[in-house]
Design a protein around this ligand. Structure first.
Ligand code: URA
Length: 233
């Protein structure tokens, strides 16, 4: 029986009703489940995508307005089997240009922070809450973070880190779904509930560049991370 709808209309119609749409993708069939809600929601695949598919999905993403102003998406960098996952806020101008997180001044300080606990960028994985640069370096909007959150969750599912380190207020608030001040969130272990991963919060390196007196506290946080990781390896 013909529905009178084109294939893509038909698909949209089913998705709007929250019905799983099965599509042939190259050599396998995967369910594409669209959540229907008045809140912004990320597209949720039932099983995590593999790295190549996830990278392609990020590159092609047009879920929020940031795709219009980005030079390119900034997926993440480092060891895909890392014990430590570092999560920042969003790409800045340098990252948007180069396609890699934390390559500007804040990135140089992050490299030094990692070196202080005998780690390099290649030992850890580095990603951001947002994969696209917010214009004029404004804060990510909560709805942008919500739309991007499925990508980050998928990355965490693939990496399976032993510890997440959230850099700064925005990353901490989005990952822990809280508005508690960074000062209160520091110094104790939290949990990223989607994957049940331990999470520590520390200052963002860009903040430390502006407030170098706080570097001592960041150093304490790094020592806690190092000690925790040494008990896990
Ligand atoms: N600040 C961030 O939070 N992430 C980057 O990638 C660069 C600067």
């Amino acid at each position: 029986m013909s529905t009178g709808l084109s294939h893509s209309n038909h698909r949209e119609y089913l998705q709007a009703m929250g019905i799983d749409v099965w599509e042939q993708r190259q050599d396998r069939v995967v369910p594409v489940q669209i959540e229907v809600s008045t809140e912004p929601t990320a597209i949720q695949a039932e099983a995590p995508l593999d790295w190549a598919s996830l990278q392609q999905a990020v590159t092609q993403c047009t879920q929020c307005e940031l795709h219009q102003s980005r030079t390119q998406t900034v997926f993440g960098v480092g060891n895909p089997n890392a014990d430590l996952l570092i999560i920042g806020e969003a790409p800045g101008a340098d990252e948007d240009r180069q396609g890699e997180p934390f390559v500007g001044r804040a990135g140089q300080l992050l490299n030094e922070m990692l070196k202080a606990i005998q780690l390099s960028r290649n030992d850890v994985y580095i990603a951001n809450i947002l994969k696209c640069r917010p214009p004029d370096n404004r804060d990510p909007k909560p709805e942008e973070a919500a739309l991007c959150s499925g990508f980050l969750k998928n990355q965490i599912e693939l990496i399976q880190p032993k510890l997440i380190m959230a850099l700064g207020r925005i990353a901490a608030h989005r990952l822990l779904d809280t508005n508690t001040s960074l000062a209160k969130l520091r110094g104790e272990f939290h949990n990223y509930t989607s994957t049940n991963t331990p999470l520590l919060v520390t200052y963002h390196p860009a903040y430390l560049l502006r407030s170098p007196a706080e570097k001592a506290k960041a150093w304490q946080d790094l020592l806690v991370a190092r000690k925790f990781l040494s008990t896990k390896s």
